[in-house]
Write a protein that binds this ligand. Structure first.
Ligand code: HEC
Ligand code: HEC
Length: 216
């Protein structure tokens, strides 16, 4: 038994020693440090809820469509909580202790993640815009503020069960917000976020996406 253990650990040591030494690219860094908590394969319809819950973090297979590049590179070096509650929980607070990356690794991983896009997201359609219609939908007609934080003159309001939308103008791609609100099932197998496609018409959804894209 002891001999077997020794052989196994010798084998493992040899494997480590013979692993090729190269300057790790973003995908290699991601596989090593990040893939245990984040999916990079999609779309969501190929996954069950159990698959989704098996990983602690949000799926990143459409990261290049969802995030703004500058935000991503900065956040990976200095991550701050986005979801006020612990992911997939409505009771525990999010401790915000996400792994931090060096500037160099963050740049490599950002390049890798920005290459992961969804064909569902049409680029360059939705421009940030604060319309009267969208303000009324977000703040009154629809329950968005019950679940999402947003800020007015630097003061944070709103509910905590969804991701915070504070700073969405720097974080999210408005075209992704539009695609997400239009066809949420492509992106998520689990939905605490309601499906608004049957409630809002495409123009309203576009207006709301454009409004979220102005959030400081
Ligand atoms: C122990 C699990 C864990 C590991 C390891 C991990 N993450 Fe995360 N990640 C999370 C959780 C949980 C969140 C949600 C945090 C929040 O919303 O405040 C998150 C959020 C993110 C986000 C924002 C996603 C979004 O949709 O808001 C990005 C980007 C990200 N992680 C990238 C990475 C990268 C790159 C690495 C490798 C260095 C990594 N993560 C390692 C758990 C992890
Ligand atoms: C009942 C609570 C609830 C309501 C109401 C709600 N949301 Fe959400 N929303 C969520 C949750 C929870 C998520 C995260 C889903 C996930 O990642 O699994 C989410 C995700 C989002 C995201 C993606 C954020 C990110 O970083 O991934 C956007 C954008 C969004 N909601 C906008 C809206 C808008 C606009 C409205 C109103 C039209 C709205 N939500 C109404 C709970 C809600």
């Amino acid at each position: 038994m002891r001999l077997l253990a020794a052989t196994v650990s010798l084998g493992a040591a040899l494997l480590v020693m013979t692993a090729p030494s190269y300057a790790a690219g973003g995908d290699a860094i991601f596989k090593k440090s990040c893939a245990s908590c984040h999916y990079t394969n999609g779309p969501a319809k190929e996954k069950t809820i159990a698959d989704q819950l098996a990983k602690k973090g949000p799926e990143l297979w459409y990261a290049g469509s969802k995030f703004q590049k500058a935000w991503l590179a900065a956040w990976l070096q200095n991550p701050k909580a986005i979801r006020p509650m612990k992911y997939n929980s409505l009771t525990e607070a999010n401790k915000g202790d996400h792994p931090k990356m060096s500037a160099g690794d963050a740049a490599s991983v950002t390049d890798y993640l920005m290459g992961l896009t969804s064909p569902e997201v049409k680029a360059g359609v939705v421009k940030p815009n604060e319309s009267v219609q969208a303000k009324a939908i977000f703040g009154k007609k629809m329950p968005c503020t019950g679940c999402h934080e947003y800020s007015v003159k630097g003061e944070v309001h709103g509910g905590k069960s969804g991701p915070s939308l504070v700073g969405a103008s720097k974080r999210l791609n408005p075209d992704w917000v539009y695609a997400y609100l239009t066809n949420i099932k492509v992106f998520k197998p689990v939905r605490d976020m309601p499906d608004f496609a049957s409630v809002l018409n495409p123009k309203d959804i576009e207006n709301v996406a454009a409004y979220v894209a102005t959030f400081e």
